[in-house]
Design a binder for this molecule. Sequence first.
Ligand code: ZN
Length: 109
Amino acid sequence: MSLQKLNIKKNDLVMVTNGKERGKSGRVLKVLLEKEKVIVEKINFIKRHSRPHGQQRRGGILEKEAPLHVSNVALLCEKCNKPVRIGHRILEGSKKSRFCRKCGEIFDK
Ligand SMILES: [Zn+2]
């Protein structure tokens, strides 16, 4: 899957459209291109037990965002305030930009 096809980039605002976190939104922290997954800020937390090691005497529970499959998230249009269908358009020059099919808002300025 190419980056263009993935449609979602780092720092995008997305909403979860499927699964237990459905309806939540946040910023994309990381795109895992090969896995077709994204890590979204404060979404899909998993608890991990950390073992005590080194100078750190106590183990504990770490909360960390687990990746979500891209098919379970959608780009959120801040103007429409909901997940929208994305179109592509070439702006002046040759820069390819994504826009909201509903209100025309351009995501890549
Ligand atoms: Zn919109």
